[in-house]
Design a protein around this ligand. Structure first.
Ligand code: C2E
Ligand code: MG
Ligand code: MG
Ligand code: MG
Length: 285
């Protein structure tokens, strides 16, 4: 009996492994193809609003993959793989270039908009990351830098000193650096205090429970107070209700992003949104 159970357990384990391996093989082949084909990858843009004025100051660029075989694939279903395999480096390079191009297009149309791109730990620690960034800006033919960078705490784990040095280089180039998903990682407050940052981005998980319980409100208030003491800006992600936005505005959170205002959209659609809904969100003083 024991032998049977053992066998069965082994078989289940083995088929799980097989599935995972074949999924990895599929992702590897097709993500490489997507990088060559280029038109399978697209950046969506989600606005961030200044809570005081309602002005859209920047957008977050979020990667989407349209696979000819499987249709739309969300970032959480291929970015972790790209991080494991190292494909995140060329993928991140593609993101930098596309965002820089889009920023140049918007600037030429007189739009004053910054674009924040996400960067993974593996990408940040690659030896070419700053060079790639400079090259993306150069190719877009931009004078200044309208790109900002969102990093997660995992970027700081391996080599904090190196991460700080890279962050400083980005800031010297004119990019703002934001700490994404703040509150979900494990860095200590003293580590946070040392970070050369422009702003922290409160994770969505805290925002969505603001109006359900007093504990969440206390947590958000405390995190915002710490960030403000450290002279960091504060951005809230995942804002879905007016009540959440009101609470965040009352405690002096700077910018807000979320479905309350808009979902991430392709560039064209975002421009339309900005001309219609975006304008209406502006608060006349
Ligand atoms: P993130 O950087 O924290 O991005 C915010 C995520 O929250 C996005 O999911 C966005 O669509 C979603 N979101 C925004 N507002 C709301 C809201 O009000 N409610 C809810 N429920 N969700 C909201 P998305 O686009 O699926 O991206 C997931 C994650 O994938 C991102 O989290 C980021 O970590 C990663 N990612 C996306 N694009 C890139 C990229 O170009 N490079 C890298 N390295 N990572 C990326
Ligand atoms: Mg982000
Ligand atoms: Mg985030
Ligand atoms: Mg998040």
């Amino acid at each position: 009996v024991a032998k049977d159970v053992g066998k069965r357990t082994f078989r289940v384990f083995s088929s799980d492994m097989d599935n995972r391996v074949s999924e990895y093989v599929w992702l590897d082949i097709n993500l490489r193809k997507a990088l060559d084909a280029e038109d399978q990858l697209v950046l969506y843009y989600q606005p961030k609003l200044c809570l005081k004025t309602g002005v859209v100051r920047s957008v977050e660029a979020l990667l989407r993959w349209n696979s000819p075989e499987r249709g739309r694939i969300q970032p959480l279903d291929f970015i972790p793989y790209a991080e494991d395999s190292g494909l995140i480096v060329p993928l991140g390079r593609w993101v930098m270039r596309s965002a820089a191009k889009q920023a140049a297009i918007w600037k030429a149309r007189g739009l004053d908009l910054r674009i924040a791109i996400n960067m993974s730990a593996r990408q940040l620690s690659s030896s070419t990351v700053v060079q790639d960034f400079v090259e993306a800006l150069r190719q877009a033919g931009q004078a200044g830098c309208q790109l900002d960078i969102e990093l997660t705490e995992s970027c700081l784990i391996n080599d904090e000193a190196l991460a700080h040095a890279v962050i400083r280089q980005f800031r010297d180039l004119g990019a703002q650096v934001h700490l994404d998903d703040f509150g979900t990682g494990y860095s200590s407050l003293s580590q946070l205090a040392r970070l050369p940052l422009d702003a922290i981005k409160l994770d969505r998980s805290f925002i969505s429970s603001i109006n359900d319980n007093a504990t969440s409100q206390a947590l958000v208030r405390s995190m915002v107070a710490v960030a403000q003491q450290l002279k960091f800006g504060v951005i809230a992600e995942g804002v879905e209700t007016e009540a959440e936005a009101e609470f965040l505005k009352d405690i002096d959170v700077d910018d807000a992003q979320g479905y309350l205002y808009s979902r991430p959209m392709p560039a064209r659609e975002f421009e339309e949104w900005l001309n219609n809904k975006g304008k209406k969100l502006r608060l006349v003083a």
